[in-house]
Design a protein around this ligand. Structure first.
Ligand code: PXL
Length: 277
């Protein structure tokens, strides 16, 4: 019997500066998930902290992948979307959701960071992302993305109290998802990730020591571990804890060796630990 869970991973492929598929594929595979990539765009590097990168939009291929997959006897357990390259891609992700009706839909609404939207995003895409987040079962924004989705003001403090995080998480779930997680909140010298499930109505918090620096690709790393856990039936608390701990290990490593933040973290060195967490 094939008991591997299978994810359609809808993210870009950036050649250098680890993020998206170069994180999603190794990390989810290590955690025992079969990854079927649906590349949204092909870039020479990611867009944060590099200039002059190439960007090849793969919207037509995403459509063609789905057309072909529809002809196969293909079961998808989870549709997991991340960085999208155009407004039409948001509609295509919705077509995947309509096709693989029993799949869990996990949306990491990769739109921005530190209160700012990424260079490749525009207002129409933000509107589309709101619609897509509403169709998700699980949504995993950082604070910037949560603010855009909820049309809330990005807090000047760059974070939320646990009490406000709960309010925002409930609002995210009011849009459709049964589970919402806001990543990268902070509280003094601690970082926390906050989760909420409609079914229990409880706030779930995972904490670690805050490492200075905003390391690229850690959002993709976090979501990939969290979603792998949820796909395997682990609890929200255990999935949040595992993702928080592993991202901490990788961020600490990057900080300790002064790795430039645009290069992504060295998760490769800690894969064994990831599996054993
Ligand atoms: O990790 C988020 C991300 C993914 N893909 C591309 C990006 C970014 C963030 O900048 O540029 C291409």
């Amino acid at each position: 019997m094939n008991d591997l869970k299978r994810v359609a991973a809808i993210h870009d492929m950036s050649g250098y500066g680890k993020c998206s598929l170069t994180v999603v594929i190794p990390v989810m595979s290590a955690l025992g998930i079969e990854v079927c990539p649906v590349p949204t765009a092909l870039l020479s590097t990611h867009t944060a902290g590099f200039t002059g990168y190439t960007f090849n939009d793969l919207t037509d291929d995403m459509d063609a992948f789905l057309k072909h997959w529809k002809t196969l006897d293909l079961n998808i357990d989870c549709i997991y979307s991340g960085f999208l390259g155009s407004e039409r891609q948001i509609d295509i992700v919705c077509d995947y959701i309509d096709t693989f009706k029993s799949a869990m839909v996990a949306v990491d609404p990769v739109m921005g960071d530190n209160g700012k939207i990424y260079a490749t995003y525009n207002e129409d895409m933000c509107r589309g992302m709101r619609v897509l987040a509403g169709r998700a079962d699980v949504v995993v924004p950082n604070l910037t993305e949560a603010a855009y989705i909820l049309e809330e003001t990005y807090p000047e403090s760059g974070t939320l109290s646990e009490e406000d995080a709960l309010k925002w998480l409930k609002k995210l779930c009011d849009m459709g998802p049964h589970t919402a997680v806001i990543t990268g909140l902070s509280d003094g010298d601690e970082l926390f990730n906050a989760g909420y499930e409609k079914s229990t109505g409880e706030l779930t918090i995972s904490r670690c020591k805050r490492i200075p620096g905003n390391f690229h690709g850690t959002g993709d790393l976090y979501s990939s571990i969290l979603i792998s856990g949820l796909m395997k039936g682990d609890s929200l608390k255990s999935s949040l804890d595992k993702a928080t701990e592993f991202v901490y290990i990788c961020a600490k490593d990057a900080h300790d060796i002064n790795l430039p933040t645009n290069l992504g973290v060295r998760f490769e060195k800690y894969m064994k630990q990831l599996i054993e967490l």
